[in-house]
Design a protein around this ligand. Structure first.
Ligand code: FAD
Length: 461
């Protein structure tokens, strides 16, 4: 029997229920990745850079298991059907994706495969989440507030921990030959990495996509930084956070594996890990909201924000924000870090997002789209969720009157100015701030307050 594993955001071979199942049930296994499926938001430039490395590693790990990986572009329904026909596969295996558009694609693939003479089945394993999206409050409604959501999830996880990690499976019984050169050529032909201009020059030294490095990163983080995490995680000048986000976004490591690793670590280091697990809880909450509100990236989660009078986009303000030339040190440092490395510290993400949506009164979607293109960890759930959280229109969002003051934030979280010095060229003449922080804060408060007064809050909010 031949099976196909359809890889999506699960680019690993260990702890992979769908792959393990395929190898247990089939003699010959093939693998496919489909890029740019119609109906899904195309991934951004920085994510493409990461994906290139991740697919390279995956192909090599799969080759060790006797599984060739093919990459195709476009309509997954047609590709899966053609590949199944061409290889004589009778089963396709995949890991579920929480988004609604993704679920629709899976249904279309399921139907198309069932129509092939003889019938081909699609077997979907559960998504990599700690919290079942079916979780409901006592009143039977989806959770809308993080604290009770995470308290309940933790109680459930204590009673019923996530499934234990699966080992890397044994190679296929009938291994298939793979051709690394042909794969490398096919990968290069996709043009996932920039050439001229190569805006990602040097990223190879910063990032190591792929499963093996994800596990090394987790190990180093637990050994070196987890103890300092509660006190220093908000400090952009210190590198104590895990930097696991792009590995998680591309499924190179599972959240259940991380949960078990932290749990084991806590037995020898009591008191460690709770605040880190709570950040993973926010990841869960963002995915949970995406399942219950599929339009998270385009519509305000709070319906009362639908009529918010965002002014016309101001290209000059947006450009200054994007290029790190606002004249506000912490903001410019963050935007430069983002452009030069594909990431930004979480605290600074909140500050730059607050400046854009509140002081500059630009729509949160403008910022969400920029992050989508420039972050290596751009995530269909976490990115819009957090943008809406900062803008005030999201689930359990910061109240509208919470407007981060970038100057106070800089003093508090970059007390020696190291972060700003690292990312803002010191020899350059600094522009004057493009906005008066105090006055723009008042204007934003007035606009937000007007919304509160004119729009009745709906019961779901
Ligand atoms: P750690 O502090 O080590 O946290 C561990 C893990 O928890 C992270 O890897 C991530 O998976 C998860 N996590 C932590 N904080 C959050 C959060 N607030 N929401 C959801 N998950 C969280 N995170 C993304 O993964 N992708 C995004 O596209 C993204 N966009 C963001 C946009 C804005 C405006 C803001 C304010 C935050 C965004 N975040 C996003 C959340 C957070 O900034 C990053 O997850 C974090 O900075 C990644 O660094 P780390 O892996 O070292 O985090």
């Amino acid at each position: 029997r031949t099976g196909i594993v359809w890889f999506r955001r699960d680019l690993r071979v260990g702890d992979h229920p769908a792959l393990s199942r395929a190898l247990a049930e089939c003699d010959r296994v093939r693998a496919v990745f489909v890029l740019d499926e119609p109906g899904l938001r195309p991934i951004g430039g920085a994510s493409r850079w990461w994906l290139h490395g991740s697919l390279e590693r995956l192909a090599s790990d799969l080759a060790d298991l006797g599984i060739p990986l093919e990459i195709r572009t476009g309509d997954s329904v047609a590709h899966l059907r053609d590949l199944a026909r061409a290889t004589g596969a009778t089963r396709v295996y995949a890991t579920a994706r929480p988004g609604a558009a993704e679920r629709e694609i899976d249904e279309a693939v399921r139907e198309a495969l069932a129509m092939v003479p003889g019938g081909i089945s699609l077997r979907v394993s559960p998504p990599d989440l700690l919290v079942d999206p079916g979780l409901r409050t006592g009143e039977g409604r989806p959770y809308t507030v993080f604290t009770p959501f995470w308290r309940r999830a933790q109680d459930d996880l204590m009673r019923q921990p996530p499934r234990a990690s699966l080992p890397v499976p044994a190679p296929a019984r009938a291994p298939q030959t793979t051709n690394p050169d042909a794969f490398a050529r096919a990968l290069a032909a996709l043009g996932l990495r920039p050439t001229a201009p190569d805006w990602a020059a040097g990223w190879e030294d910063l990032w190591n996509p792929g499963e093996r490095c994800a596990h090394e990163r987790l190990g180093d983080f637990l050994d070196e930084d987890l103890g300092d995490y509660p006190d220093l995680r908000d400090r952009p000048d210190r590198r104590v956070t895990s930097r696991l986000s792009p590995h998680l976004v591309f499924g190179e490591i599972t959240v259940s594996h991380i949960w078990h690793a932290v749990d084991a670590h806590r037995r020898t280091h009591p008191g460690h890990g709770a605040s880190f697990l709570s950040e993973l809880g926010w990841r869960e909450f963002a995915h949970y909201q995406l399942v219950h509100f599929p339009d998270l990236a385009t519509l305000p989660w709070r319906p009362s924000f639908a009529g918010f009078p965002w002014p016309e986009p101001d290209p000059a303000l947006i450009r200054a924000w994007q290029t790190g030339t606002t004249g506000i040190d912490l903001v410019d440092a963050g935007m430069n870090e983002l452009w030069q490395t594909g990431t930004m510290h979480n605290r600074v993400r909140m500050v730059v997002a607050s400046l854009l949506t509140k002081n500059l009164l630009q729509h949160w979607r403008v910022g969400e789209e920029w992050f989508w293109d420039t972050l290596v960890d751009a995530d269909p759930a976490a990115n819009p969720f957090n943008w809406q959280w900062v803008a005030g229109s999201g689930a359990d969002a910061a109240p509208y009157f919470r407007i981060f003051n970038p100057e106070l934030q800089r003093k508090k979280f970059d007390p020696n100015g190291e972060y700003v010095r690292r990312w803002v060229p010191q020899d350059e003449l600094r522009p004057a701030p493009i906005v008066d922080l105090a006055r723009s804060r008042e204007a934003a408060l007035a606009a937000y307050r007007a919304r509160e007064e004119t729009t009745p809050t709906t019961s779901g909010e």
